[in-house]
Design a protein around this ligand. Structure first.
Ligand code: G4P
Length: 535
């Protein structure tokens, strides 16, 4: 393949995640984007969700039961010559680790804000991660068919709460709760909610090329027109100028108003987003910047998922391609083990529908059949150019439980299940000093992860769990630069629980910062870290 052809494939790719607080409309918007891309044909699916209570991207039983998305899935479709990869992220706060990792694999993000609720807690957290990565962030203000905050207030809220300025790409027309449509500032056109309230919009283009056009006044009413002209004048004068450079660095967010449920403004959003969002970007590595155009292949694993489909009972690792061309059956160098691996059964997804793929390019996400070789964050590259991408950040666990199999005869399955789910990154595994493999200590960032663990061990491994919550909230990895720290060499070890992580590094679990303070004061030779010190 020529460099030009590779370049063409890279430039038409857009890989992004949708971030939002639960219920802002992420599932609905995802569905609508798929609908426009022709990837699904289920107009009105959202309406029937009360009975069906799951969308295309929700596939696990537990997700259906709870009505939340537990793990990220990957959706790919084409639109107008673009190849789009949407990485679905769970909105629930307990799954933030998985979400954070997913955000490492995208080139931009779409932030959905509920027009009535504004910037919510989970949006804030996820936004922060995107900000740290410096990726472009696009804002979709959803549910415009309902009452909500004023557009100006929302702009201010975004600026104050998130610290990023917003550039409205369009602007609502009419009265809150009864908007007629939006004014598109780029195209100088008025887009009206269609009468039947189901699909898209009626578009009226300006004849004179500005919001002042009397054609608009006639169509939307004098008062609405005047209010719109004043708003636009205010935005043009006092608002931020559109600056693509700032958008690309995540310093200015293009803001769109619409309604995913009624399809309003969705298609326009998609088209503008595709135009402005960046194709796959260069990434840092141990060997300097890796350009996507580099003809040598490279990728990293950002997600591992066991038993994705109960009918298959397998484990899939998802890699994000960073450079070069991927072809089925190619052999790649696995940096962590130093081995060559043949990538024989690559898969791509539209939720549950899997297809075997023959080739893929930077920006694409490929699921790899994984007999247990891959670890989170592993780098794969061509043998001619060995390097590794930076490790993922590790999040300090805050809740702990002792787990063991109810039925001791099931110990083997229990250990297998716990080990596999730990490799997935679903939970962190510890072993109490001096304990055997009958029980483990599990650490998580949120309590829902325990439920998922319990559910999956039962459903996928046939193991009923005994789970005992432990009264600890803080974990500290310990190091003194000399010999290995043991329970007897740590003063006050009995004030907490002394455990080892899966790499056998000593960790102390304590119930609060006060207890930790006592222990750190009384062990001046030891350094305490909230995450493993080599991270
Ligand atoms: P999430 O994935 O971010 O959690 O949100 P989701 O799409 O599931 O949407 C949450 C609720 O908001 C759903 O209502 C959905 O129908 C509704 N919604 C999404 N977009 C819009 C919109 O543009 N306008 C209005 N008015 N509502 C919207 P639900 O009551 O949970 O389910 P359902 O009974 O509507 O199926």
């Amino acid at each position: 393949m020529s460099a030009e052809e590779l370049n063409k494939e890279i430039n038409r790719r857009r890989t992004f995640a949708i971030i939002s607080h639960p219920d802002a409309g992420k599932t609905t918007l995802t569905e609508k984007l798929l609908l426009y891309g022709g990837a699904i044909h289920l107009a009105g699916s959202v309406k029937s969700r009360k009975t069906q209570r799951h969308a295309v991207s929700d596939w696990m039983e537990i997700e259906k039961q709870r009505g939340i998305s537990v793990t990220s899935s990957v959706l790919q479709f084409d639109y107008n010559g673009y190849r789009i990869n949407i990485l679905d992220t769970p909105g629930h706060q307990d799954f933030s680790e998985d979400t954070y990792r997913t955000l490492m694999a995208v080139d931009s993000a779409v932030m959905i804000i509920d027009v009535a609720k504004g910037v919510e807690a989970q949006t804030k957290k996820l936004f922060k991660v995107c900000r740290q990565r410096g990726i472009p962030i696009f804002t979709f203000v959803n549910k415009l068919d309902r009452f909500g905050k004023s557009p100006i207030d929302l702009m201010e809220e975004i600026e104050q709460v998130l610290g990023i300025r917003a550039y409205p790409m369009n602007w609502p027309i009419g009265i809150d709760g009864n908007y007629q449509g939006v004014y598109n500032r780029q195209k100088n056109q008025v887009e009206l909610f269609s009468e039947d309230g189901t699909h898209g919009q009626n578009v009226i283009a300006s004849e004179v090329g500005s919001v002042e056009d009397p054609v608009f006044a006639e169509r939307i009413g004098k008062e609405n027109h005047q209010a719109l002209c004043e708003d636009i004048e205010l935005l043009d004068m006092a608002g931020e100028q559109f600056d693509d450079e700032k958008v690309q660095h995540g310093e200015l967010t293009p803001m769109f108003f619409g309604s995913a449920m009624t399809n309003f403004g969705v298609q326009n959003f998609l088209e503008e987003y595709l135009r402005l969002a960046p194709p796959p970007a260069a990434r840092e590595s141990s060997d300097g910047i890796i350009d996507p155009q580099d003809e040598k292949f490279s990728a990293f694993i950002f997600k591992i998922q066991a038993n994705m489909n109960p009918a298959h009972r397998d484990r899939l690792s998802f890699m994000r391609i960073c450079s070069g061309k991927f072809t089925r059956g190619m052999s790649v160098y696995h940096d962590r083990t130093g081995k060559m691996i043949k990538l024989a059964q690559p898969q791509q997804f539209l939720a549950q529908d899997r297809t075997i793929i023959d080739e893929a390019y930077p920006g694409d996400i490929v699921g790899l059949f994984d007999p247990g070789i891959f670890g989170m964050g592993d780098t794969l590259c061509s043998q001619g150019h060995k390097f590794h991408f930076p490790d993922f950040p590790v999040f300090p666990p805050e809740q702990f439980a002792r787990v063991q199999a109810k039925d001791t005869m099931k110990r083997k399955q229990f250990v297998k299940g716990i080990t596999e789910l730990t490799q997935e990154g679903a939970v962190q595994l510890f072993q109490q000093a001096g304990a055997g493999t009958e029980s483990y200590i599990i650490g998580t960032v949120g309590s829902l992860q325990f439920e998922v663990l319990e559910y999956r061990l039962k459903n996928e491994y046939g193991v009923d769990l005994l789970m005992q919550m432990q009264p600890y909230e803080v974990a500290r990895w310990m190091e003194n630069g000399k010999e290995k720290i043991t329970p007897s060499s740590l003063r006050g070890a009995d004030r907490g629980m002394f455990v080892y992580d899966i790499k056998e590094r000593p960790v102390l679990l304590v119930s609060n910062e006060w207890a930790l303070g006592w222990i750190t004061d009384n062990n001046p030779d030891i350094k305490f870290y909230p995450v493993p010190p080599d991270k």
